[in-house]
Design a protein around this ligand. Structure first.
Ligand SMILES: Nc1ncnc2c1ncn2[C@@H]1O[C@H](COP(=O)(O)OP(=O)(O)OP(=O)(O)O)[C@@H](O)[C@H]1O
Ligand SMILES: [Mg+2]
Length: 250
């Protein structure tokens, strides 16, 4: 579905932020992109989406070279949904208007049908349709930005840090919603994440970037079990399981 082939990219006349990245993602899987701040995760996602044009290499969707295809054409022709890292909802608009913004290119009947489906799937949004997005919690805002991307029934969903700023409980809910989308629709999901342990818990495969290159790639379960990966990129041991305190009480 998506193939990133030796992609190099940067901004203006600055250096290459991405220095030859290879990545694939298929329908029915969640591929997560991990790595430290500033290593190029968002830049890679923006390259796939079409906000940043590669300086070298190619981005393919459904077997076609789409490196130079602008975002709005990918949304239409390859049914791509993109949720950016920041500013992903319009605070002054209502929940309903935020979602419908994602469906401007759809015929009215289809738009209404999809909207009704989403309201059935996400009751937390359905009960707040006429509220301003500014009145939502962080988790609700993330679900709202997902719903806006989902209204056009995408085949490819690109998510930049969907769990940013959420409490562990909310993070869990958002990841569960993303896994449910994969399982129900067979969508191809590429998700940049900062919360590596939790992202690996829900993803099928992962790429860890370091200094603009892929440092580690593999099945998420294998990466979680790999002591070197833990030590180098996941900051030590995983969080304690629920109910088991990490440190003994004094
Ligand atoms: N619009 C831009 N113009 C110039 N440089 C940029 C731009 N966006 C990002 N960069 C630079 O590119 C590098 C990679 O940024 P990017 O946003 O891809 O990192 P990231 O891995 O997503 O980081 P974070 O985890 O903090 O979101 C950084 O050094 C950043 O300063
Ligand atoms: Mg980023």
């Amino acid at each position: 579905m998506i193939r990133v082939n030796k992609v190099r990219a940067g901004y203006g006349d600055g250096p290459d932020i991405l220095q030859g990245i290879d990545l694939t993602a298929s329908g029915g899987e969640i591929v997560t992109i991990l790595g430290p701040n500033g290593c190029g995760k968002s830049t890679l996602l923006k390259c796939i989406a079409g906000f940043v044009r590669p300086r070298g290499g190619a981005v393919e969707m459904e077997g076609r070279d789409v490196s130079a295809v602008p975002v709005h054409e990918k949304v239409k022709n390859h049914r791509m949904g993109f949720v950016p890292q920041t500013d992903n909802v319009f605070s002054t608009l209502t929940v309903a208007d935020n979602i419908l913004l994602g469906a401007r290119h759809l015929p009215v009947a289809e738009r209404n049908e999809r909207y009704a489906e989403l309201m059935a799937q996400y009751p937390s949004l359905a009960s707040k349709q006429e509220r301003k997005a500014s009145a939502l919690s962080g988790g609700e805002r993330q679900i709202l930005s997902l719903a806006r991307a989902l209204i056009s029934n995408p085949k490819v969903l690109l998510l930049d840090e969907p769990s940013a700023g959420l409490s562990p409980l909310m993070m869990h809910e958002v990841f569960a919603a993303i896994a449910e989308i994969r399982d129900r629709t067979g969508m191809c999901i590429v998700m940049v994440e900062q919360n590596a342990f939790e992202a690996l818990g829900v993803a099928d495969r992962a790429y860890v970037l370091s200094l603009g290159k892929v440092a580690i790639e593999g099945r998420a379960a294998d990466l979680l079990a790999d002591p070197a990966m833990r030590h180098l990129y996941l900051g030590g041991e995983p969080p304690a399981a629920e109910g088991k305190p990490r440190f003994a009480a004094v």
